[in-house]
Ligand binder design. Structure first.
Ligand code: NAD
Length: 344
């Protein structure tokens, strides 16, 4: 389970994977903001992504895996995955390799952002290692393919334990499971069976509810404030994270973390945004917020607090020259970062 280590005042060694698309632009922004927060970090820059095939012979080079194996902590930019062909997702590989079984994505209304709702405060907890992301696909006969959805009791119980532990630690009051166990009676059936059992064992004082996911989506867009923690298997967690982002201002404002027993990789929910890569207009805030989660995780809470106060102040200021286009402003990445740094 993820732990909070104490700040020692010594520099922390942390892996940095810039990724591709907008990744290098936003990781550069995050590194500058974290440096200004007072947290001392020695970054180890690591390659990953399509461009690495020519240089290192793999999209996920051995040196990257080795460094994360040693350091057990990384901040990661997004990495592109080809659609319908090509190599397997580097993101999925990393999560599997380091057994980062729990993705945590806090979805919160942000000050100053005009959205349909002002009171969203929920956390998506996504099982990160199995389901339909197991990569078990094959062609049975020409024109017929199968994708296998894997659910194991171990992984379903483990993510449920994580969710109830997280709820207790953070004074959260309710865990809602979205599922489709009316159709996928065995796989989603096992997921809710495990969640129910773990709730009985460890969920004292925490409400538990189940919702068929189609109804859940409707309830979520109608009144997100009725939800607290959403516990989801892999695919549903992926989809609902983006839906959640849409409720609070978009992908530019939703951070994330992938936790294993003794390893964590922090990354924004969004992808590599190839449509805006290299234009200097990407919003680095979701990655910066992921950096704040990372700083809290390593005990650098004062530094985390400084960054959080700074971005809240910039957003609350509603100055279009200080916020990026995706959240209603006209600033580029650099102008936004400068506005943040001025508040720190
Ligand atoms: P995406 O999240 O990259 O982009 C969706 C939309 O949101 C685009 O219009 C994009 O411009 C916008 N957007 C995303 N992040 C933004 C930011 N920080 N600032 C401003 N606008 C932003 O999703 P996609 O287009 O479906 O996927 C693109 C690629 O990213 C794919 O190859 C996909 O596999 C990959 N991906 C990677 C990760 C990851 O590295 N963890 C996660 C999701 C998708």
């Amino acid at each position: 389970m993820q732990g909070q280590s104490r700040s020692t005042g010594k520099p922390h060694t942390i892996c940095l994977i810039p990724g591709d698309g907008i990744g290098p632009e936003i990781t550069d922004a995050a590194v500058r903001v974290i440096a200004a927060s007072g947290a001392a970090i020695d970054w180890i820059r690591l390659p990953a992504g399509a461009a690495e095939v020519e240089v290192h012979g793999d999209v996920l080079p051995e040196q990257t895996l080795d460094a994360i194996s040693r350091i057990r902590l990384a901040l990661k930019g997004p990495i592109t995955t080809p659609i319908g062909r090509g190599f397997r997702s580097v993101n999925v590989r990393l999560r599997k390799h380091f057994n980062l079984y729990a993705a945590v994505r806090p979805v919160r209304s942000m000050p100053g952002l005009r959205t349909r709702y002002s009171d969203v405060d929920l956390v998506v907890i996504r099982e990160n290692t199995e389901g339909l992301y197991s990569g078990l696909e094959h062609e049975v006969v020409p024109g017929v393919v199968e994708s296998i959805k894997v659910a194991t009791r171990d992984a379903c119980e483990r993510i449920a334990r994580f969710a109830f532990h997280y709820a207790r630690e953070r004074d959260r009051h309710k865990v809602t499971v979205f599922h489709k166990a009316n159709i996928m009676k065995l796989s989603d059936g096992l997921f809710i069976e495990c969640a129910r059992r773990i709730h009985e064992e460890r969920g004292q004082g925490i409400q538990y509810e189940e919702m068929i996911i189609d109804n859940g989506c409707m309830q979520l867009v109608r009144d997100p404030s009725r939800f607290d923690i959403l516990l989801l298997e892999n695919l549903y967690g992926d989809v609902i994270s983006d839906l959640g982002a849409g409720l609070v201002g978009g992908l530019g404002v939703v951070p994330g973390a992938n936790f294993g027993e003794d390893c964590a990789i922090f990354e924004a929910v969004h992808g590599s945004a190839p449509d805006i890569a290299g234009q200097g207009i990407a919003n680095p805030l979701a990655l910066i917020m992921s950096g704040v989660m990372m700083l809290n995780h390593i005990g650098e809470t004062a530094a985390a607090g400084r960054i959080k106060s700074a971005y809240n102040a910039v957003l609350a200021g509603c100055n279009p020259d200080e916020i990026t286009q995706d959240i209603g402003g006209r600033a580029g990445t650099e102008a936004f970062v400068k506005a943040l740094l001025r508040r720190m």
